[in-house]
Design a protein around this ligand. Structure first.
Ligand SMILES: [Zn+2]
Length: 567
């Protein structure tokens, strides 16, 4: 998903999750003050997956002063902790290191939670009736905001047009983001306010779709969406705080102790910074500065930031679009559209200049690259600017690393790049991905085991709200490469599946390494932060299908309980 231009984005389970959220949780940041004393707490579970090579399996975890004191058997932990210790019996739950989403968008999730959700709408009529029932929170100023439509779910499978919206909303501007965040469906009033007419030229990296008469149809693709976003009133402070609070709460409910925010705007950064200073941030947030829009200048001025739970030391850059809309930049044309090779959203010279500037200021780079051409540009640019040593030390990241030539997989791994990949993107894209790139290029697509074998660190994430902010769904997709119905049998390109342990490591150890925090987090090992999650199933040993119905029981950060399913 793009960083700066995303005003509305996809949500699916999030709507359900919001309903499960306690009434007050959309109004204020959860209270996460440190525990009152430095007493020891012992958590008993059926199993503790520590990921600590010295003691991989345990059944109890002792925590003191926000750190892991020890792991071991129940008796060992209770006697080591002393008679004063508090004991929390988690019953049949399995404890794992805190799960981190390696690529998500908190502000986007917050917006998705407040917008009208169009996810799963199976016809245009369904979209219109959901819009008719829009709650007050779905308005920004007088604009009606929706997100999550997908014309592939409709009988006619064609892009919609402004006319359908104009009938119901002749004077209210309406802006509806497509499920992947790469297209916007706007009505006539929204186009009018954005001054988009038949004479408006397509901006670089974007398209204004036009009818046979030359008039804009109301569908804006990629950078053309910015024309509308630029005139849309921002949420009020109260709306904005409620959106972020809701997003953070949904993350904690889903077993996240951390998020790598892939392209944070300054408004979000400043608010999280304030909450962090006040001890109100219920999540560790590893922020990537938005290197796409004009705020990048300000971030270059500010430089990296280290707070308590908030860190800003990476920059998000973006080279191409998405595979679904054929915006991903490929070396050779799409297999299902001749002459079309996708779009570079930034020319390689400008990309290199930004990489140089941010590396010079001490940032790690994290570049969105989906197509094989975009991925090759990232690798070659970084190797040229930072050199092989600098790439390894700087732990430069490729966000998505979705379609690569096999030689570039080798190059990525051999040079110590981090592949920040999203298992649920593979299972969302599997119905059509091979049609887009053909049988040869698909071998280097979503190729997790090839990336690993080449030496890459996998940092796993969801890209919420493009996908659900659901760690269990991510673990399931990583292990099976199947949809929730178990299709296709055996999994899609099954030799690229991850084992239960590899999947868990990707959401824990991999993300810790990708954020320079492997000495602090990712494993439950004495001295590390007491970040952990209790799940109703063991994500390593259980049947993968059990993950589909599993629940998060408890989310703990630095010894603080930030979510408890049964308080
Ligand atoms: Zn994204």
């Amino acid at each position: 998903m793009t960083g700066v231009s995303m005003q509305g984005v996809r949500c699916s389970l999030v709507a359900v999750l919001l309903l499960a959220c306690v009434p007050g949780c959309t109004r204020r940041a959860p209270d996460t003050k440190p525990p009152p004393s430095s007493s020891t707490t012992v958590y008993l579970a059926r199993h503790v997956q520590t990921l600590d090579p010295a003691r991989p399996a345990a059944e109890a975890l002792a925590v003191r002063d926000g750190k892991v004191l020890a792991t071991g058997s129940r008796d060992e932990m209770i006697s080591a902790a002393g008679s004063e210790a508090r004991v929390v019996d988690l019953g049949e739950a399995t404890v794992v290191p805190g799960l981190t989403d390696g690529h998500g968008h908190l502000a986007g999730l917050g917006r998705a939670l407040s917008a009208v959700t169009l996810v799963g709408a199976d016809s245009r009529q369904e979209v219109l009736s959901r819009l008719k029932a829009a709650p007050r929170s779905a308005f920004q100023g007088d604009w009606l905001i929706g997100q999550g439509w997908d014309q592939n779910d409709w009988p006619e499978k064609a892009f919609p047009a402004r006319a359908e919206l104009d009938a119901g909303w002749p004077t209210t501007p309406v802006a509806l983001s497509r499920i992947d965040g790469h297209a916007l469906w706007a009505n006539g009033e929204a186009l009018r306010r954005a001054r988009i007419t038949r004479d408006t030229k397509d901006p670089q990296g974007g398209r204004i779709l036009r009818g046979p008469d030359g008039e804009p149809t109301g569908i804006l693709v990629d950078n053309a969406m910015d024309l509308v976003f630029a005139v849309m009133p921002p949420p009020t402070d109260e709306q904005f705080e409620a959106q972020l609070t809701a997003a953070l709460a949904v993350c904690a409910q889903n077993g996240m102790t951390g998020v790598h925010d892939a392209g944070m705007d300054l408004r979000t950064f400043n608010l999280l910074k304030r909450w962090d200073a006040e001890g109100r941030l219920p999540l560790r947030v590893y922020a990537m500065a938005d290197g796409i829009g004009p705020e990048r200048e300000k971030y270059l001025e500010l430089g990296p930031f280290q707070g308590n739970r908030l860190t800003m030391r990476a920059v998000k850059l973006m080279l191409d679009g998405a595979l679904g809309s054929r915006g991903a930049a490929l070396h050779a044309p799409y297999s299902d559209e001749h002459g079309q090779s996708g779009l570079l959203l930034l020319n390689p010279e400008e990309y290199e200049a930004r990489v140089r500037a941010f590396i010079g200021r001490g940032f790690q780079t994290a570049t969105h690259a989906i197509g094989d051409r975009a991925n090759a540009i990232v690798l070659d640019t970084l190797l040229r600017v930072a050199g092989p040593e600098g790439v390894r030390k700087g732990r430069h990241r490729v966000e998505h690393a979705q379609v690569l030539r096999l030689e570039d997989i080798t190059k990525l791994g051999a040079n110590g790049f981090i592949a920040s990949v999203q298992p649920t993107h593979a299972t969302s894209d599997m119905p059509w991905a091979e049609t887009r790139v053909g049988p040869e290029r698909i071998r280097g697509a979503y190729a997790w085991q090839r990336l690993k074998a080449a030496g890459a660190t996998l940092a796993l994430g969801s890209d919420f709200p493009v996908e659900r902010p659901d760690m269990l769904a991510g673990l399931y997709a990583a292990r099976t490469r199947q949809d929730a119905a178990g299709q296709p049998p055996g999994g899609w390109l099954p030799d690229q599946r991850l084992s239960g342990e590899e999947a868990l490591e990707g959401f824990t150890v991999g993300n810790a390494f990708a954020s320079f925090a492997e000495d602090l987090r990712g494993r439950l090992q004495p001295g590390m932060d007491a970040d952990f999650v209790a799940l109703s199933v063991d994500p390593v040993d259980a049947q993968p299908s059990d993950l589909l119905t599993a629940q998060v029981r408890l989310t703990v950060i630095g010894g603080d309980t930030v979510y408890n399913a049964a308080p």
